[in-house]
Design a protein around this ligand. Structure first.
Ligand SMILES: [Ca+2]
Ligand SMILES: [Ca+2]
Length: 233
């Protein structure tokens, strides 16, 4: 009975390790740049990693590295550059958007990645921005975490709102899962007066909740028991 339990635990932890280290099977890292918060009604730009989409005044992905997207152009009144959007982990979110912009207008930038395997987890966000111009705002959000869809806009896990002249903010939100899930980082840039410029860096890293760590620990104990039994024999 004990041996069977150890075998089950060993298989469990092996599966967990495989999930944690495996490459995305059919996942996509994508950027959506929209003229409305919900990306509906047309005039919204969709760009998958390492693809070309030279429409709506934008350039397509100019960063050839996988899991990193850069794009620039003129869109909905703003001249802007997404200097870099990235997603580094296959297991637990580690994502970032860096931008700069001028002009008068408003855009919503969303970066989504899929197939994160660690849940529950806490998403920890930091947002620094520099905004010139009366009334300029930049609002960063972390969204999704509840299913594995692209452009996963709901629920909103946390919101960090900056007004001119900008500053540095942090916040956190709960990713409940279940795994696999997608996460979407959003930045709404809003310039209302001529001559406004803005730049910012929005970063999100997640850490597993104790429940995930406990499961992992139970799996490791199974491996230790199985190894010890083999050694004693
Ligand atoms: Ca639209
Ligand atoms: Ca790329």
């Amino acid at each position: 009975m004990k041996r069977k339990l150890s075998a089950i635990l060993t298989i469990g932890v092996a599966t967990a390790l495989l999930l944690a280290t495996s490459q995305r099977a059919e996942a996509a890292f994508v950027l959506d740049i929209c003229n409305d918060a919900a990306c509906t009604g047309g005039n919204d730009y969709h760009l998958a990693d390492n693809t070309t989409n030279n429409t709506l005044g934008l350039t397509g992905d100019t960063n050839a590295t996988a899991q990193r997207i850069a794009v620039s152009g003129s869109f909905n009144g703003l001249n802007f550059t997404v200097v870099g959007a990235f997603s580094l982990s296959t297991a637990i979110p580690n994502m970032d958007i860096t931008w700069n912009a001028d002009g008068v207008g408003s855009v919503w930038i969303y970066a989504t990645d899929q197939n994160f395997s660690t849940a529950p987890a806490t998403a920890n966000a930091s947002f620094s921005s520099t905004l010139t111009g009366t009334g300029a705002t930049a609002v960063a959000t972390v969204r999704g975490g509840d299913d594995n869809s692209l452009l996963n806009l709901s629920p909103i896990l946390l919101t960090l709102s900056e007004s001119a002249p900008g500053g540095f903010l942090t916040g956190s939100g709960a990713i409940s899962g279940p795994a696999p899930y997608s996460l979407t980082l959003g930045v709404n840039i809003n310039h209302v007066t001529a001559g406004t410029t803005s730049s910012g860096d929005f970063n999100v890293t997640a850490v597993p909740e104790p429940a995930s760590l406990t499961l992992f620990g139970v799996g490791l104990m199974g491996i230790v028991r199985a190894a010890r039994r083999r050694f004693v024999r």
